[in-house]
Ligand binder design. Structure first.
Ligand code: ZN
Length: 572
Protein backbone atom coordinates (compact mmCIF):
# COMPACT_ATOMS: atom_id res chain seq x y z
CA UNK A 1 0.00 0.00 0.00
CA UNK A 2 1.08 3.50 -0.68
CA UNK A 3 2.56 5.32 2.26
CA UNK A 4 2.97 9.04 2.87
CA UNK A 5 4.28 10.21 6.22
CA UNK A 6 1.94 11.99 8.59
CA UNK A 7 4.15 15.06 8.66
CA UNK A 8 3.74 15.47 4.91
CA UNK A 9 0.00 14.81 5.07
CA UNK A 10 -0.38 17.40 7.83
CA UNK A 11 1.73 19.92 5.93
CA UNK A 12 -0.51 19.58 2.87
CA UNK A 13 -3.60 19.88 5.04
CA UNK A 14 -2.22 22.97 6.72
CA UNK A 15 -1.59 24.65 3.39
CA UNK A 16 -5.07 23.75 2.13
CA UNK A 17 -8.28 25.43 3.19
CA UNK A 18 -11.23 23.07 3.33
CA UNK A 19 -13.65 25.91 2.47
CA UNK A 20 -11.74 26.66 -0.77
CA UNK A 21 -11.62 23.03 -1.77
CA UNK A 22 -15.22 22.12 -0.92
CA UNK A 23 -16.53 25.24 -2.64
CA UNK A 24 -15.00 23.99 -5.89
CA UNK A 25 -17.55 21.19 -5.73
CA UNK A 26 -20.40 22.60 -3.68
CA UNK A 27 -21.99 26.03 -3.45
CA UNK A 28 -21.27 27.26 0.06
CA UNK A 29 -22.94 30.09 1.97
CA UNK A 30 -21.55 31.61 5.13
CA UNK A 31 -23.67 31.01 8.19
CA UNK A 32 -22.24 32.20 11.48
CA UNK A 33 -18.81 30.72 12.00
CA UNK A 34 -19.39 28.00 9.42
CA UNK A 35 -20.37 27.52 5.79
CA UNK A 36 -23.35 25.49 4.69
CA UNK A 37 -24.15 23.76 1.42
CA UNK A 38 -26.13 20.94 -0.17
CA UNK A 39 -24.55 17.62 0.83
CA UNK A 40 -23.14 15.75 -2.19
CA UNK A 41 -23.17 12.43 -0.34
CA UNK A 42 -26.92 11.94 -0.05
CA UNK A 43 -29.98 13.08 -1.97
CA UNK A 44 -30.04 16.41 -0.21
CA UNK A 45 -32.64 19.05 -1.05
CA UNK A 46 -31.81 21.60 1.60
CA UNK A 47 -28.32 22.53 2.72
CA UNK A 48 -27.49 19.89 5.37
CA UNK A 49 -23.73 20.00 5.17
CA UNK A 50 -21.69 22.30 7.34
CA UNK A 51 -18.02 23.14 6.73
CA UNK A 52 -15.99 24.49 9.63
CA UNK A 53 -13.05 26.71 8.68
CA UNK A 54 -11.95 26.64 12.30
CA UNK A 55 -11.87 22.86 12.66
CA UNK A 56 -11.18 22.23 8.96
CA UNK A 57 -13.78 19.49 8.80
CA UNK A 58 -17.13 19.05 7.09
CA UNK A 59 -20.18 17.34 8.58
CA UNK A 60 -23.57 16.43 7.15
CA UNK A 61 -26.10 16.30 9.97
CA UNK A 62 -28.54 14.44 7.76
CA UNK A 63 -26.58 11.47 6.39
CA UNK A 64 -23.64 11.63 8.77
CA UNK A 65 -20.96 12.12 6.10
CA UNK A 66 -18.01 13.85 7.74
CA UNK A 67 -14.27 14.16 7.52
CA UNK A 68 -11.40 16.43 6.59
CA UNK A 69 -10.44 17.91 3.24
CA UNK A 70 -8.82 14.65 2.08
CA UNK A 71 -11.76 12.41 2.87
CA UNK A 72 -14.06 14.94 1.18
CA UNK A 73 -12.08 14.83 -2.07
CA UNK A 74 -11.61 11.07 -1.82
CA UNK A 75 -15.33 10.44 -1.33
CA UNK A 76 -16.43 12.96 -3.94
CA UNK A 77 -13.96 11.93 -6.64
CA UNK A 78 -14.23 8.26 -5.63
CA UNK A 79 -10.47 7.97 -5.21
CA UNK A 80 -8.39 6.62 -2.32
CA UNK A 81 -7.30 8.71 0.65
CA UNK A 82 -3.69 8.60 -0.55
CA UNK A 83 -4.70 9.74 -4.04
CA UNK A 84 -6.60 12.65 -2.52
CA UNK A 85 -3.52 13.61 -0.48
CA UNK A 86 -1.42 13.51 -3.67
CA UNK A 87 -3.92 15.54 -5.62
CA UNK A 88 -4.11 18.30 -3.03
CA UNK A 89 -0.36 18.07 -2.44
CA UNK A 90 0.27 18.84 -6.11
CA UNK A 91 -1.95 21.91 -5.83
CA UNK A 92 -0.03 23.41 -2.91
CA UNK A 93 3.36 22.31 -4.17
CA UNK A 94 4.11 19.72 -1.50
CA UNK A 95 5.63 16.63 -3.03
CA UNK A 96 4.39 13.27 -1.84
CA UNK A 97 7.19 11.58 -3.74
CA UNK A 98 10.31 10.16 -2.20
CA UNK A 99 8.07 9.87 0.71
CA UNK A 100 6.33 7.05 -0.83
CA UNK A 101 7.20 3.41 -0.59
CA UNK A 102 4.37 3.00 -3.02
CA UNK A 103 4.36 0.18 -5.51
CA UNK A 104 2.16 2.27 -7.79
CA UNK A 105 4.03 4.56 -10.17
CA UNK A 106 3.74 8.31 -10.00
CA UNK A 107 1.04 9.55 -12.31
CA UNK A 108 2.42 12.03 -14.83
CA UNK A 109 -0.94 12.64 -16.47
CA UNK A 110 -1.50 16.22 -15.37
CA UNK A 111 2.12 17.16 -16.03
CA UNK A 112 1.98 15.77 -19.58
CA UNK A 113 -1.27 17.56 -20.36
CA UNK A 114 0.01 20.80 -18.90
CA UNK A 115 3.06 20.60 -21.21
CA UNK A 116 1.00 19.56 -24.24
CA UNK A 117 -1.41 22.41 -23.63
CA UNK A 118 1.40 24.97 -23.55
CA UNK A 119 3.03 23.36 -26.58
CA UNK A 120 -0.13 23.69 -28.67
CA UNK A 121 -0.79 27.23 -27.48
CA UNK A 122 2.74 28.30 -28.44
CA UNK A 123 2.41 26.68 -31.86
CA UNK A 124 -0.63 28.76 -32.67
CA UNK A 125 1.34 31.96 -32.36
CA UNK A 126 4.28 30.85 -34.56
CA UNK A 127 4.48 31.60 -38.27
CA UNK A 128 3.03 28.14 -38.94
CA UNK A 129 -0.11 29.17 -37.09
CA UNK A 130 -0.96 32.11 -39.34
CA UNK A 131 -3.75 30.34 -41.24
CA UNK A 132 -5.29 29.01 -38.06
CA UNK A 133 -5.32 32.47 -36.46
CA UNK A 134 -6.92 33.88 -39.60
CA UNK A 135 -9.52 31.13 -39.51
CA UNK A 136 -10.34 31.87 -35.87
CA UNK A 137 -10.48 35.61 -36.38
CA UNK A 138 -12.69 35.01 -39.41
CA UNK A 139 -15.06 33.30 -37.00
CA UNK A 140 -14.84 36.23 -34.60
CA UNK A 141 -12.69 34.46 -32.05
CA UNK A 142 -10.25 37.15 -31.01
CA UNK A 143 -6.89 36.78 -29.26
CA UNK A 144 -8.40 37.39 -25.84
CA UNK A 145 -10.83 34.52 -26.28
CA UNK A 146 -8.05 32.31 -27.65
CA UNK A 147 -6.04 32.96 -24.49
CA UNK A 148 -9.02 32.58 -22.17
CA UNK A 149 -9.90 29.12 -23.46
CA UNK A 150 -6.28 28.07 -24.02
CA UNK A 151 -6.92 27.41 -27.71
CA UNK A 152 -3.87 26.02 -29.52
CA UNK A 153 -2.74 24.35 -32.70
CA UNK A 154 -1.32 20.96 -33.65
CA UNK A 155 1.03 21.12 -36.62
CA UNK A 156 2.25 18.19 -38.70
CA UNK A 157 5.81 19.54 -38.92
CA UNK A 158 6.23 19.95 -35.16
CA UNK A 159 5.66 16.71 -33.30
CA UNK A 160 4.22 16.83 -29.79
CA UNK A 161 5.37 13.25 -29.27
CA UNK A 162 9.01 14.15 -30.01
CA UNK A 163 8.75 17.14 -27.72
CA UNK A 164 7.41 15.10 -24.83
CA UNK A 165 9.80 12.17 -25.41
CA UNK A 166 12.61 14.73 -25.09
CA UNK A 167 11.07 15.64 -21.76
CA UNK A 168 11.63 11.96 -20.84
CA UNK A 169 8.08 10.66 -21.12
CA UNK A 170 7.82 7.24 -22.74
CA UNK A 171 5.89 6.74 -25.98
CA UNK A 172 3.87 4.07 -24.17
CA UNK A 173 2.81 6.59 -21.54
CA UNK A 174 1.87 9.15 -24.24
CA UNK A 175 -0.15 6.47 -25.97
CA UNK A 176 -1.86 5.58 -22.70
CA UNK A 177 -2.90 9.19 -22.04
CA UNK A 178 -4.26 9.56 -25.56
CA UNK A 179 -1.78 11.89 -27.25
CA UNK A 180 0.20 9.40 -29.37
CA UNK A 181 -1.11 6.58 -31.55
CA UNK A 182 0.06 2.95 -31.69
CA UNK A 183 2.67 3.83 -34.32
CA UNK A 184 4.24 6.42 -32.05
CA UNK A 185 2.89 9.43 -34.00
CA UNK A 186 0.82 12.38 -32.82
CA UNK A 187 -2.93 11.78 -32.69
CA UNK A 188 -3.73 15.40 -33.43
CA UNK A 189 -2.32 16.81 -36.66
CA UNK A 190 -3.19 20.16 -38.20
CA UNK A 191 -6.11 20.84 -35.92
CA UNK A 192 -7.16 23.76 -33.80
CA UNK A 193 -6.86 22.44 -30.28
CA UNK A 194 -9.40 23.11 -27.55
CA UNK A 195 -8.19 21.90 -24.17
CA UNK A 196 -10.79 20.22 -21.97
CA UNK A 197 -10.32 20.79 -18.25
CA UNK A 198 -11.45 18.65 -15.35
CA UNK A 199 -13.56 20.07 -12.55
CA UNK A 200 -10.48 21.40 -10.77
CA UNK A 201 -9.23 23.18 -13.88
CA UNK A 202 -6.48 20.74 -14.96
CA UNK A 203 -6.28 20.06 -18.72
CA UNK A 204 -7.10 16.36 -19.17
CA UNK A 205 -8.04 16.03 -22.85
CA UNK A 206 -8.27 17.87 -26.15
CA UNK A 207 -10.85 18.41 -28.78
CA UNK A 208 -9.18 19.07 -32.13
CA UNK A 209 -11.04 20.79 -34.94
CA UNK A 210 -10.05 20.77 -38.62
CA UNK A 211 -9.75 24.18 -40.22
CA UNK A 212 -8.01 23.88 -43.54
CA UNK A 213 -9.20 20.61 -45.06
CA UNK A 214 -12.54 19.00 -45.58
CA UNK A 215 -11.61 15.35 -45.77
CA UNK A 216 -11.57 14.29 -42.10
CA UNK A 217 -14.13 14.48 -39.34
CA UNK A 218 -14.74 17.96 -37.99
CA UNK A 219 -13.76 17.22 -34.39
CA UNK A 220 -11.51 14.56 -32.91
CA UNK A 221 -11.49 14.15 -29.14
CA UNK A 222 -8.98 12.47 -26.87
CA UNK A 223 -10.06 8.92 -26.13
CA UNK A 224 -11.59 8.34 -22.72
CA UNK A 225 -8.92 7.79 -20.07
CA UNK A 226 -9.03 7.38 -16.31
CA UNK A 227 -8.88 11.17 -15.96
CA UNK A 228 -11.09 12.05 -18.94
CA UNK A 229 -14.56 10.60 -18.81
CA UNK A 230 -17.10 12.64 -20.75
CA UNK A 231 -19.84 11.54 -18.39
CA UNK A 232 -18.02 13.12 -15.44
CA UNK A 233 -16.71 16.31 -17.01
CA UNK A 234 -18.52 19.46 -18.01
CA UNK A 235 -16.72 21.74 -20.44
CA UNK A 236 -15.86 25.13 -18.90
CA UNK A 237 -16.97 24.07 -15.41
CA UNK A 238 -13.99 25.67 -13.67
CA UNK A 239 -14.55 29.07 -15.32
CA UNK A 240 -18.36 29.06 -15.09
CA UNK A 241 -18.11 28.16 -11.41
CA UNK A 242 -16.21 31.38 -10.75
CA UNK A 243 -18.88 33.44 -12.49
CA UNK A 244 -21.66 31.76 -10.53
CA UNK A 245 -20.69 33.71 -7.46
CA UNK A 246 -22.36 36.73 -9.06
CA UNK A 247 -25.13 34.94 -10.89
CA UNK A 248 -26.78 31.81 -9.53
CA UNK A 249 -27.80 30.45 -12.93
CA UNK A 250 -25.90 28.01 -15.07
CA UNK A 251 -26.59 27.68 -18.80
CA UNK A 252 -26.06 24.20 -20.24
CA UNK A 253 -25.16 23.91 -23.92
CA UNK A 254 -24.08 21.05 -26.15
CA UNK A 255 -20.78 22.04 -27.70
CA UNK A 256 -17.64 23.84 -26.60
CA UNK A 257 -17.99 26.33 -29.49
CA UNK A 258 -21.36 27.38 -28.06
CA UNK A 259 -19.73 28.12 -24.71
CA UNK A 260 -16.80 29.97 -26.29
CA UNK A 261 -19.14 32.00 -28.49
CA UNK A 262 -21.33 32.97 -25.53
CA UNK A 263 -18.24 34.17 -23.72
CA UNK A 264 -17.43 36.55 -26.61
CA UNK A 265 -20.69 38.37 -25.85
CA UNK A 266 -20.00 38.45 -22.12
CA UNK A 267 -22.00 35.39 -21.01
CA UNK A 268 -19.62 33.37 -18.88
CA UNK A 269 -21.88 31.10 -16.86
CA UNK A 270 -22.11 28.41 -19.57
CA UNK A 271 -20.97 24.81 -19.59
CA UNK A 272 -21.19 22.15 -22.30
CA UNK A 273 -21.88 18.44 -22.20
CA UNK A 274 -19.63 17.91 -25.24
CA UNK A 275 -22.22 16.00 -27.17
CA UNK A 276 -23.07 13.32 -24.60
CA UNK A 277 -26.36 12.99 -22.77
CA UNK A 278 -26.32 14.28 -19.20
CA UNK A 279 -25.31 11.56 -16.76
CA UNK A 280 -26.01 10.94 -13.07
CA UNK A 281 -22.50 12.19 -12.31
CA UNK A 282 -23.30 15.41 -14.16
CA UNK A 283 -26.48 15.66 -12.14
CA UNK A 284 -24.54 15.46 -8.88
CA UNK A 285 -22.12 18.11 -10.05
CA UNK A 286 -24.92 20.43 -11.18
CA UNK A 287 -26.92 19.91 -8.00
CA UNK A 288 -24.05 21.40 -6.08
CA UNK A 289 -23.28 24.10 -8.55
CA UNK A 290 -26.31 26.35 -8.90
CA UNK A 291 -29.93 26.73 -7.91
CA UNK A 292 -31.05 27.63 -11.43
CA UNK A 293 -30.35 25.91 -14.71
CA UNK A 294 -31.19 27.03 -18.23
CA UNK A 295 -31.08 24.25 -20.79
CA UNK A 296 -29.99 25.77 -24.08
CA UNK A 297 -29.30 22.84 -26.38
CA UNK A 298 -29.24 22.90 -30.18
CA UNK A 299 -32.49 23.94 -31.82
CA UNK A 300 -32.77 20.71 -33.83
CA UNK A 301 -34.68 17.49 -33.07
CA UNK A 302 -31.65 15.93 -31.38
CA UNK A 303 -31.44 19.01 -29.16
CA UNK A 304 -35.08 18.59 -28.18
CA UNK A 305 -34.47 14.96 -27.25
CA UNK A 306 -31.45 16.01 -25.19
CA UNK A 307 -33.58 18.68 -23.48
CA UNK A 308 -36.28 16.18 -22.53
CA UNK A 309 -33.83 13.64 -21.14
CA UNK A 310 -31.98 16.37 -19.21
CA UNK A 311 -35.28 17.43 -17.64
CA UNK A 312 -36.05 13.84 -16.62
CA UNK A 313 -32.66 13.60 -14.97
CA UNK A 314 -32.69 16.96 -13.20
CA UNK A 315 -36.35 17.38 -12.33
CA UNK A 316 -36.30 16.02 -8.78
CA UNK A 317 -33.07 17.71 -7.72
CA UNK A 318 -34.84 20.82 -6.51
CA UNK A 319 -33.00 22.91 -9.11
CA UNK A 320 -35.20 25.46 -10.86
CA UNK A 321 -35.10 24.51 -14.55
CA UNK A 322 -35.84 26.73 -17.53
CA UNK A 323 -35.65 25.92 -21.21
CA UNK A 324 -34.56 27.85 -24.29
CA UNK A 325 -35.40 26.37 -27.70
CA UNK A 326 -33.59 28.23 -30.45
CA UNK A 327 -35.46 28.62 -33.76
CA UNK A 328 -34.66 27.02 -37.13
CA UNK A 329 -32.57 24.24 -35.64
CA UNK A 330 -29.75 26.66 -34.78
CA UNK A 331 -27.16 25.98 -32.09
CA UNK A 332 -26.16 28.84 -29.74
CA UNK A 333 -22.95 29.49 -31.71
CA UNK A 334 -24.84 29.95 -34.99
CA UNK A 335 -27.60 31.91 -33.35
CA UNK A 336 -25.25 34.42 -31.77
CA UNK A 337 -23.36 34.89 -35.07
CA UNK A 338 -26.57 35.35 -37.08
CA UNK A 339 -28.86 37.15 -34.66
CA UNK A 340 -26.40 38.94 -32.43
CA UNK A 341 -25.90 39.53 -28.73
CA UNK A 342 -29.14 41.35 -27.85
CA UNK A 343 -31.29 38.72 -29.50
CA UNK A 344 -29.52 35.90 -27.68
CA UNK A 345 -29.78 37.70 -24.34
CA UNK A 346 -33.51 38.05 -24.98
CA UNK A 347 -33.77 34.29 -25.59
CA UNK A 348 -32.04 33.63 -22.25
CA UNK A 349 -34.13 36.17 -20.33
CA UNK A 350 -37.38 34.84 -21.74
CA UNK A 351 -36.53 31.16 -21.17
CA UNK A 352 -39.66 29.06 -20.55
CA UNK A 353 -40.53 27.72 -17.13
CA UNK A 354 -40.42 23.97 -17.00
CA UNK A 355 -44.19 23.57 -16.81
CA UNK A 356 -44.78 25.96 -19.75
CA UNK A 357 -42.23 24.09 -21.81
CA UNK A 358 -43.84 20.76 -20.99
CA UNK A 359 -47.30 22.05 -21.82
CA UNK A 360 -46.01 23.20 -25.20
CA UNK A 361 -44.34 19.85 -25.73
CA UNK A 362 -47.54 17.95 -24.87
CA UNK A 363 -49.39 19.83 -27.60
CA UNK A 364 -47.21 18.16 -30.22
CA UNK A 365 -49.07 15.83 -32.60
CA UNK A 366 -52.42 16.59 -30.95
CA UNK A 367 -55.50 17.52 -32.96
CA UNK A 368 -57.51 19.91 -30.81
CA UNK A 369 -60.55 19.43 -33.04
CA UNK A 370 -60.67 15.92 -31.62
CA UNK A 371 -62.25 15.44 -28.17
CA UNK A 372 -60.10 12.39 -27.41
CA UNK A 373 -56.93 14.39 -28.06
CA UNK A 374 -58.17 17.26 -25.92
CA UNK A 375 -58.94 14.94 -23.02
CA UNK A 376 -55.60 13.16 -23.32
CA UNK A 377 -53.85 16.54 -23.42
CA UNK A 378 -55.66 17.82 -20.31
CA UNK A 379 -54.91 14.61 -18.42
CA UNK A 380 -51.24 14.75 -19.22
CA UNK A 381 -51.04 18.40 -18.21
CA UNK A 382 -52.65 17.60 -14.86
CA UNK A 383 -50.19 14.73 -14.32
CA UNK A 384 -47.37 17.21 -14.85
CA UNK A 385 -48.93 19.77 -12.52
CA UNK A 386 -48.97 17.20 -9.72
CA UNK A 387 -45.16 17.52 -9.56
CA UNK A 388 -45.30 21.32 -9.47
CA UNK A 389 -44.62 22.87 -6.07
CA UNK A 390 -45.86 26.42 -6.65
CA UNK A 391 -49.60 26.64 -5.87
CA UNK A 392 -50.02 29.79 -7.95
CA UNK A 393 -48.51 28.13 -11.01
CA UNK A 394 -50.88 25.19 -10.50
CA UNK A 395 -53.95 27.37 -10.18
CA UNK A 396 -53.05 29.60 -13.13
CA UNK A 397 -52.46 26.62 -15.37
CA UNK A 398 -55.67 24.87 -14.38
CA UNK A 399 -57.55 28.09 -15.09
CA UNK A 400 -55.79 28.45 -18.41
CA UNK A 401 -56.88 24.98 -19.53
CA UNK A 402 -60.39 25.56 -18.21
CA UNK A 403 -60.72 28.67 -20.35
CA UNK A 404 -58.98 27.40 -23.48
CA UNK A 405 -60.97 24.18 -23.64
CA UNK A 406 -64.15 25.42 -22.01
CA UNK A 407 -64.03 22.90 -19.17
CA UNK A 408 -65.31 23.48 -15.64
CA UNK A 409 -62.44 24.62 -13.36
CA UNK A 410 -63.73 22.59 -10.39
CA UNK A 411 -63.72 19.41 -12.44
CA UNK A 412 -60.06 20.02 -13.25
CA UNK A 413 -59.26 20.84 -9.63
CA UNK A 414 -60.95 17.62 -8.40
CA UNK A 415 -59.00 15.61 -10.90
CA UNK A 416 -55.78 17.33 -9.81
CA UNK A 417 -56.50 16.68 -6.11
CA UNK A 418 -57.29 13.00 -6.74
CA UNK A 419 -54.06 12.49 -8.58
CA UNK A 420 -52.09 14.43 -6.02
CA UNK A 421 -53.37 12.16 -3.27
CA UNK A 422 -52.34 9.05 -5.18
CA UNK A 423 -48.92 10.44 -5.99
CA UNK A 424 -48.13 11.60 -2.53
CA UNK A 425 -44.40 11.06 -2.54
CA UNK A 426 -42.95 9.09 0.28
CA UNK A 427 -40.49 11.31 2.07
CA UNK A 428 -37.01 9.99 1.93
CA UNK A 429 -35.95 8.06 4.98
CA UNK A 430 -33.00 9.46 6.79
CA UNK A 431 -30.80 6.87 8.40
CA UNK A 432 -32.10 6.37 11.93
CA UNK A 433 -29.63 7.39 14.60
CA UNK A 434 -28.15 4.82 16.87
CA UNK A 435 -29.47 5.21 20.39
CA UNK A 436 -26.83 5.26 23.10
CA UNK A 437 -27.31 4.57 26.80
CA UNK A 438 -25.70 6.89 29.33
CA UNK A 439 -22.40 5.01 29.13
CA UNK A 440 -22.32 5.26 25.35
CA UNK A 441 -23.14 8.93 25.52
CA UNK A 442 -20.37 9.55 28.02
CA UNK A 443 -17.91 7.70 25.80
CA UNK A 444 -18.88 9.65 22.67
CA UNK A 445 -18.72 12.98 24.46
CA UNK A 446 -15.33 12.23 25.96
CA UNK A 447 -13.86 11.31 22.56
CA UNK A 448 -15.36 14.46 21.05
CA UNK A 449 -13.90 16.75 23.69
CA UNK A 450 -10.55 14.93 23.73
CA UNK A 451 -10.20 16.01 20.10
CA UNK A 452 -11.09 19.55 21.04
CA UNK A 453 -8.97 20.14 24.11
CA UNK A 454 -5.83 18.43 25.34
CA UNK A 455 -6.93 19.02 28.95
CA UNK A 456 -9.56 16.35 28.38
CA UNK A 457 -6.93 13.98 26.99
CA UNK A 458 -4.94 14.36 30.20
CA UNK A 459 -7.99 13.77 32.37
CA UNK A 460 -8.99 10.65 30.44
CA UNK A 461 -5.46 9.32 30.46
CA UNK A 462 -5.14 9.71 34.22
CA UNK A 463 -8.61 8.79 35.35
CA UNK A 464 -10.44 6.57 32.91
CA UNK A 465 -9.26 3.05 33.47
CA UNK A 466 -10.84 1.47 30.49
CA UNK A 467 -13.59 2.43 28.02
CA UNK A 468 -16.28 -0.28 27.84
CA UNK A 469 -16.63 -0.18 24.03
CA UNK A 470 -13.77 -1.64 22.01
CA UNK A 471 -13.69 0.96 19.21
CA UNK A 472 -13.90 3.83 21.68
CA UNK A 473 -11.09 2.30 23.71
CA UNK A 474 -8.89 2.06 20.62
CA UNK A 475 -9.86 5.54 19.48
CA UNK A 476 -8.96 6.95 22.88
CA UNK A 477 -5.60 5.14 22.85
CA UNK A 478 -4.87 6.52 19.38
CA UNK A 479 -5.74 10.06 20.46
CA UNK A 480 -3.47 9.78 23.51
CA UNK A 481 -0.68 8.34 21.40
CA UNK A 482 -1.12 11.05 18.75
CA UNK A 483 -1.06 13.79 21.35
CA UNK A 484 2.13 12.50 22.94
CA UNK A 485 3.79 12.20 19.57
CA UNK A 486 2.85 15.59 18.10
CA UNK A 487 2.23 17.60 21.26
CA UNK A 488 -0.93 19.03 19.73
CA UNK A 489 -4.37 17.72 18.85
CA UNK A 490 -6.34 18.66 15.74
CA UNK A 491 -9.38 16.72 14.66
CA UNK A 492 -8.65 17.33 10.95
CA UNK A 493 -5.14 15.88 11.22
CA UNK A 494 -6.27 13.06 13.48
CA UNK A 495 -8.70 11.99 10.73
CA UNK A 496 -5.74 11.69 8.33
CA UNK A 497 -3.84 9.78 10.98
CA UNK A 498 -6.46 7.04 11.32
CA UNK A 499 -7.54 7.11 7.66
CA UNK A 500 -6.35 3.55 7.05
CA UNK A 501 -8.11 2.19 10.14
CA UNK A 502 -11.52 1.83 8.62
CA UNK A 503 -13.49 0.78 11.68
CA UNK A 504 -12.04 3.48 13.93
CA UNK A 505 -12.63 6.11 11.27
CA UNK A 506 -16.26 5.04 11.02
CA UNK A 507 -16.69 5.29 14.78
CA UNK A 508 -15.11 8.74 14.78
CA UNK A 509 -17.31 9.89 11.89
CA UNK A 510 -20.38 8.73 13.79
CA UNK A 511 -19.32 10.81 16.77
CA UNK A 512 -18.55 13.91 14.69
CA UNK A 513 -21.96 13.74 13.04
CA UNK A 514 -23.80 13.64 16.39
CA UNK A 515 -23.99 17.39 16.66
CA UNK A 516 -22.46 17.41 20.14
CA UNK A 517 -22.37 20.96 21.49
CA UNK A 518 -19.10 22.81 21.06
CA UNK A 519 -18.65 24.36 24.47
CA UNK A 520 -18.16 22.28 27.58
CA UNK A 521 -17.49 22.76 31.28
CA UNK A 522 -14.87 20.78 33.16
CA UNK A 523 -17.63 19.54 35.50
CA UNK A 524 -19.28 17.84 32.54
CA UNK A 525 -16.07 16.00 31.77
CA UNK A 526 -15.90 14.94 35.45
CA UNK A 527 -19.43 13.58 35.11
CA UNK A 528 -18.63 11.58 31.98
CA UNK A 529 -15.55 10.11 33.62
CA UNK A 530 -17.62 9.26 36.68
CA UNK A 531 -20.22 7.51 34.51
CA UNK A 532 -17.56 5.44 32.72
CA UNK A 533 -15.96 4.40 35.99
CA UNK A 534 -19.38 3.59 37.43
CA UNK A 535 -19.88 1.26 34.50
CA UNK A 536 -17.08 -0.98 35.66
CA UNK A 537 -18.45 -1.00 39.19
CA UNK A 538 -21.85 -1.97 37.86
CA UNK A 539 -20.35 -4.80 35.85
CA UNK A 540 -18.51 -6.11 38.91
CA UNK A 541 -21.55 -5.79 41.15
CA UNK A 542 -23.75 -7.61 38.62
CA UNK A 543 -21.18 -10.34 38.52
CA UNK A 544 -21.07 -10.64 42.30
CA UNK A 545 -24.87 -10.55 42.56
CA UNK A 546 -25.06 -13.45 40.17
CA UNK A 547 -22.62 -15.43 42.32
CA UNK A 548 -24.56 -14.46 45.43
CA UNK A 549 -27.79 -15.87 43.98
CA UNK A 550 -26.07 -19.16 43.20
CA UNK A 551 -24.25 -19.39 46.52
CA UNK A 552 -25.72 -21.78 49.15
CA UNK A 553 -23.19 -21.34 51.95
CA UNK A 554 -24.33 -18.52 54.32
CA UNK A 555 -20.78 -17.69 55.26
CA UNK A 556 -19.71 -17.17 51.67
CA UNK A 557 -22.93 -15.29 51.03
CA UNK A 558 -22.05 -12.81 53.75
CA UNK A 559 -18.62 -12.37 52.23
CA UNK A 560 -20.05 -11.63 48.79
CA UNK A 561 -22.51 -9.09 50.23
CA UNK A 562 -19.72 -7.37 52.00
CA UNK A 563 -17.70 -7.18 48.82
CA UNK A 564 -20.67 -5.69 46.93
CA UNK A 565 -21.17 -3.05 49.59
CA UNK A 566 -17.50 -2.21 49.52
CA UNK A 567 -17.68 -1.54 45.79
CA UNK A 568 -20.79 0.50 46.28
CA UNK A 569 -18.89 2.54 48.80
CA UNK A 570 -21.23 1.68 51.67
CA UNK A 571 -19.52 1.12 55.06
CA UNK A 572 -20.73 -1.67 57.29
ZN1 ZN B 1 -25.41 14.20 3.62
Amino acid sequence: MAYISNDVINEIRNKTDIVDVVSKYVNLTKKGKNYIGVCPFHDDHSPSMSVSPEKQIFTCFSCGATGNVFTFVADFEKISFVEAVRLLGEKVGVSTQGNSFAVEKKDDYFEIYELANKFYQNSLFTSLGKNAIEYLEGRNIDKETIKKFGIGLSIQKVSLTDYLVNKKYSVDKLNEVGLTNDNGNDIFINRIMFPIYDLSGNPVAFSGRIYNTKDTSKYVNTKETDKFKKGKILYNYHIAKEHLKKNDTIIIMEGQMDVIRASTIGINNCIATMGTALTKDHRNILKNMANNIILCFDGDAAGEKATISAIELLEDTGINIKVVRLPNGMDPDEYIIKEGKESFLYQIESASNLIDYKMELLKKNKDFGNIKDISSYINSVISELVNEKDDIVIELNLKKIATSFNVNYDTLLDKYNDLKKKNKTVTKEVKPRKVYDKYGQAENNLIYYMLKDSKVINMVEKRVGYFPTKNIRQLSNEIIYYFHKYGIISVADFISYISDKEELLRTLKDILAMNIKEEFQIEEIEDYIFVINEYHKEVKINDLNKKLREEKDPLKQAKLSEEIMKIRGVKK
